[in-house]
Each structure stands twice: as C-alpha cells, then as structure tokens.
Design a protein around this ligand. Sequence first.
Ligand SMILES: C[S@@+](CC[C@H](N)C(=O)[O-])C[C@H]1O[C@@H](n2cnc3c(N)ncnc32)[C@H](O)[C@@H]1O
Length: 268
Amino acid sequence: MIGPVQPADAGRLKSCCAAVYQGDFAQLLLGDSFHPGGMKLTERLGILLELGPATRVLDVASGKGESAIFLTQRFGCEVVGIDFGTENVAEASRRATSAGVAHLATFAQGDAEQIDYPDASFDAVICECAFCTFPNKRRAATEFVRVLRPSGRAGLSDLTRSGPLPSELEGLLAWVSCIADARPEDEYVGYLDAAGLRGAQIERHSQALAEIVRDIQGKLLGAELMVKLQGLNLPGVDLDQAKAMARAAADAVRAGLLGYSLITAWRA
Ligand SMILES: C[S@@+](CC[C@H](N)C(=O)[O-])C[C@H]1O[C@@H](n2cnc3c(N)ncnc32)[C@H](O)[C@@H]1O
C-alpha cells in the first residue's frame, strides 16, 4: 500500500480515476467493460447475489454502464449505477436508452464514499474493479451497508495482492489502474466485516486478470505501431511507461502476487 492518502489527494485520485476511464485510451485498451472477466464475471456475481426481477441493485462505480445494462437484461432486476465521472454517467444513460432498458437501468453522478441514496434502499450492492481505487475504503464499505436493506447482499470483484509490489506498480497511474492500492483478500473481507457484512465467500478468478493484462499488452503494441507508422497522436499518454507497467503487472500475476477475486457477503 502507498502511504496514507491525505484528503486533498483523495479528491485528486477520484477525479483522476474518473478522467482516465472516461478517456479514449481506456476505451482503446479495455473496450466497454473496465474489469477482468467482462460480462462472464458480472453474470457470476449476479448469480452469487441471487439477483432476480424483484431485486433493486446499486452498481457503485458503474463506468459506462455495461454491467448495469447486462444485469437488467440477464436477471430482469432494476439497477441504479453511480459513478464519479459525469461523462461516464451520460454515456451509460445513452447506452441504456439504445439498449431499450432505460426503465430498468438508470445512472447518476455520485461518490462511493458518500452515497446519495436513503438507508436500506437497495437489495444488493455491487462494485466491480473499483473498491481498490477508493481512498477511504472503510467509509465506502460503511456506505454500502447503510444503503442495503437488512439481509441485503454485497458483491465486490477486485484486484488482490499478496505482498509488496515492484516500483513500476506504484504511483498514480498504477493506483487508477486498480493495482497500487489493491489489498489482500482478507483485508477486503475485514472492511466488509467491520461495516456489518457477514458470511463472506471468496471465489478466485486470477486467470481473468492474466487474460486482460495479456490483451492490454497486445493493444499497447498495436498502439505503438500506429504511433510509429501512421502518426497516431495519443495526447498525455506515455506508451513506454504504460508498457513497463503492463509488463510488471504480467510478471506479478504470473508470480501470484496479483490476483482477481469475487467477494460476496450479507448484511447482518
Ligand atoms: C476500473 S473502472 C470500473 C468501472 C465499472 N465498474 C466496470 O467494471 O466496467 C473504475 C471506475 O470507478 C469510478 N470511480 C472512481 N472513484 C470513484 C468514487 N469515489 N465513486 C464513484 N465512482 C468512482 C471511475 O470513474 C471508473 O468509472
């Protein structure tokens, strides 16, 4: 873990994270879904959380709405997505309309650490590949529990780490890439438990992380070729740094230092 985050840094981290995932480069590298395993792992999370037509779900850090829209189509549930980035929210709302599910999937700007919905207003909360980026994880977990009705359920899918990371995987870019502040599974469970969630179950899906890192490495090479051969302009992108980070991430996944897990728990 990087040293303690000060309140001023916390605001900058959230804005930076939202800006990165609203940008064209994230779309180029990741497509529409910004987490390992794509809709396959989102479906798995929905099954573990027993989503169905009568369920009202909060998707915290909903990105461009891919998961929320998928969940409405697959399980018939209602999903409210919140994301720090206003452009993500606008894009997610547009996509829900084109998918014909705007009556079930709605989106609003919001902060995971200060959720703008009343107590006990959701049956389930999901948070995919974003909890690791929240500067105040304890507060976010407490907010998840507050908005959950009694015996409601929460599901995280997130990067995990099992030891110190090399220097290429520290710093701001690694933080917003969900790596630098990834925690061991038992720390995530500790946050959920301290907030009042019980019966945590963990499923490991580190293969999905290995696949997305490999995919990103391929796309970075493609981007480099386009920059060299076709003069593609990627403002603000340091391709060498991104490649070094992706290489170090691939090594860390191979060494078992970084992984990816689904963690579900129930409100006591
Ligand atoms: C790795 S992306 C994951 C997006 C989405 N869950 C998915 O799997 O496609 C991280 C997302 O977290 C959002 N985010 C970062 N900090 C946030 C916060 N404090 N509250 C709400 N959203 C936040 C970013 O804007 C970004 O869309």
